[in-house]
Design a protein around this ligand. Sequence first.
Ligand code: TXA
Ligand code: MG
Length: 330
Amino acid sequence: MVTRILDAEKGLDEAVSLLKAGELVAFPTETVYGLGADAFNGDAVKKIFEAKGRPQDNPLIVHIASVEQAAEVARDIPDEFYILAREFMPGPLTVVLPKSDAVPGVVTAGGDTVAVRMPSHPVARRLIAASMPLAAPSANRSKHISPTTARHVLDDLDGRVPLILDGGECGVGIESTVLDLTSAVPTVLRPGAVTEEMIAELLGKVGSLSPGAVIGRAKSPGMKYTHYAPSVPAVVAMSEEAALARYDEIAAAGGRPVLLMTEPHRAAAGGRAFISLGEDAVDYMRLFYAAMREAESARDYIIIEGLTGGGEARSIMNRVLKSSGGNVIG
Ligand code: TXA
Ligand code: MG
């Protein structure tokens, strides 16, 4: 199969035709690029699992273009959904709801719940509105890092999908927050740009599951997989001192390390290899995945700045720890 990349404006009509014919289309969202198929067409959705090499037991998010469309894919929708929707939809929040019969089991990995999200990216919104609700995971090969540019998608899926819509760089940069509204207490299964604190402000009590608890309850099957093992070793450094010391150690032994840090650390880094994560947590979130892809292709040891605290920092650290196998220093 030949994979084409088209500018999102020019390629939209063709993308809609492909989706209606049961084919896959990769498209930009505000979080990361998605790999979409008609959510009501089980045979089309199966192609997603084949193209990504994704385990069959990991359910997909269904992307919708309006709040009303949630009723096409979910049933018994609780008030909390509409309260959240007023504040965060469209946006980087996914909500787990009881599934409607219209959604084939392959989307939900046989489960009776469905994850629903309304992306805010204009290309995603137009694509869904012109076609249908789209089942879409991140558009990377299974276990590789999520793509934040069309080029990243091509690097992972060349020859495996017919069309990639290019809508530039994703603005948020990590995958959406996944919130389970089918449990007794609304529970964050995957932290993201919509933070636990923001949700708690609206809903009152909110729980979050540690990755271990998620495995135990098999609540969000995707959480049990190491999402991303970089092809070179990576560590998270909780202090600038530890980062620089590790860098010098690796370099002295003949290695080619690189620092992934925010700008405030650039001066101290001096002449060491440095990939910028921007000025603050919002920049860090947006730039992290692209920085990891660049680092693993150019260097042989990655040292990542660790963050402390709640809010965005906690969501970022969730991905940083996954990307480094939980390897933390100083
Ligand atoms: O930002 C995003 O969410 C991106 C863009 C493309 O929208 N999508 C994304 O999809 O990250 P994916 O498949 O890479 O991650 C979906 C996560 C997985 O951890 C999966 O296990 C979980 O959501 N999930 C999906 N359906 C679920 C369900 N019914 N119950 C619990 N967890 C679910
Ligand atoms: Mg993914």
